[in-house]
Ligand binder design. Structure first.
Ligand code: FE2
Length: 433
């Protein structure tokens, strides 16, 4: 349902109000959730798996390609049922039913090897002295994750090392191959560099979820650094190549019975150089949000194009982590050495002017938000605060977002321009604009 159907006064004449008005018109919210699934329920994001260079650090057309059908694995802590399907690019979704499992993470995983504190110290020293990029230790040192579980040679896993790190309800898994000729992981690494391989959901009643799919197919603790205060995965964004957004959105509708939650087009989401379109997909209960982006033609190369080129196709662009205290979280993450995108002061000057006439009142101190470079997006009923990290690896592909919501379920469309201009600044430095 288009907002413009409800109310249609003339476009304001001043520049800023005009821009806001364009945004208001170009964003589309949806009320149609499609048919309610007969059974099966998506509860939340379960975990995200990265395939990285160093872990220490077809079915019917348009159907879901099942990588692994419903599988049960057990150990002394109980039984987990899961299944894996392909989504966009080389990315997969795992559905995990864990109600009958009480272990650390999954069967086959063991507690971190050497005791948290010692391992942390070793990895931290290693990172500081050698400056080597080791994914798991980097996420622990900089983003405040702690080791949860481990799988590797010492635990009987001969082919793949996996380090699982956790912060509250956020679980990241870093996997890398031991053997020089692991074809699947090797090809993925050569093609994509470090990236997100799998987005796992916690689900209830996996059998019913799979019935729908089959219809179409045939860590580390650092005492010296402050806590990162991140609570759960808010949303996970996928970038698609040209004209890839609609097919990806339809894939979620058809196979997972997701519906469209919100969308925005390139008439609003653009800077002087680049533009994008986005559709947000969600499950019936709206507990899992998957925005899908595609580039739109612009003067220069869009950062979505840059992503797709460096990632070698569609893939996860960013993971947003929710906090109830973004000021505390960002102060602490900066103290831990995390780097975030820089936002010019002109953004805050314009924001202060706009907020003077806004219905919503921002509870946080604007001076502190400006100092920390936290972005604000709002409507009449609420607002969100968000900030973006620089890329988490060498290739300009995956990055993270930290977000705090105050009665606002958007994704920061009002900040697109500021965000993209900041990314374009880095893109220009990389010589890719
Ligand atoms: Fe986001």
């Amino acid at each position: 349902m288009l907002k413009r159907c409800l109310w249609n006064p003339p476009r304001p004449k001043t520049f800023l109000l005009g821009r806001l008005w364009d945004l208001y018109l170009s964003a589309t919210t949806y009320t149609d959730k499609g048919p309610k699934p007969d059974g099966g329920r998506f509860l939340s994001f379960d975990h995200i798996t990265f395939w990285v260079g160093n872990a220490k650090q077809k079915a019917k057309e348009r159907g879901a390609i099942v990588v692994k059908g419903i599988t049960e694995e057990s150990d002394e802590h109980g039984t987990i049922r899961y299944a894996i399907v392909k989504t966009y690019g080389d990315t997969t979704h795992t559905f995990v039913e864990r109600s009958k499992y009480k272990g650390l993470f999954m069967p086959g995983y063991h507690p971190p090897l050497h005791g948290d504190a010692l391992l942390s110290k070793l990895l931290y020293d290693c990172y500081e002295k050698i400056k080597t990029f080791q994914a798991a230790s980097f996420y622990c040192a900089r983003m405040g994750f702690e080791p949860l579980a481990y799988q590797g040679l010492e635990t009987g896993s001969r082919k793949v090392a996996a380090h699982v790190v956790r912060q509250n309800k956020i679980i990241f898994v870093f996997k890398s191959a031991y053997e020089p000729n692991n074809e699947e992981m090797g090809e993925h690494l050569v093609k994509h560099g470090d990236g997100v391989k799998d987005i796992a959901f916690s689900v209830e009643d996996l059998d019913t979820i799979f019935k729908v799919i089959y219809q179409h197919t045939n860590a580390l603790v650092f005492a010296a650094v402050p806590p990162a205060k991140l609570d759960f995965i808010d949303h996970v964004v996928g970038n698609q190549p040209d004209l890839g957004m609609e097919p990806a959105a339809k894939w979620y509708e058809r196979n997972l019975m997701f519906h469209r939650f919100w969308s925005v087009d390139d008439t609003q989401l653009h800077t002087e150089y680049s533009a994008l379109r986005s559709i947000v997909m969600t499950n019936w209960e709206e507990t899992v949000k998957i925005p899908i982006n595609e580039p739109a033609p612009g003067k220069k190369r869009s950062q979505i194009d840059e992503y797709v080129e460096y990632y070698g196709g569609a893939g996860v662009q960013h993971i947003a982590l929710n906090t109830s205290d973004i000021i505390g979280a960002i102060k602490n993450l900066k103290a831990r050495g995390m780097e975030f995108l820089k936002i010019p002061d002109t953004y805050y000057n314009a924001l202060r002017k706009r907020l003077k006439t806004a219905k919503v009142k921002i509870q946080e101190d604007l001076d502190i938000l400006q100092e920390l470079k936290i972005l604000i997006d709002y409507d009449d009923n609420g607002y969100l605060l968000q900030i973006f990290t620089k890329n988490m690896q060498d290739r300009p592909t995956v990055f993270l977002e930290v977000i705090q919501r105050h009665n606002h379920s958007g994704f920061g469309a009002g900040n697109f321009k500021a965000l993209f201009e900041s990314i374009e600044l880095d893109q220009e430095i990389r010589g890719n604009l």
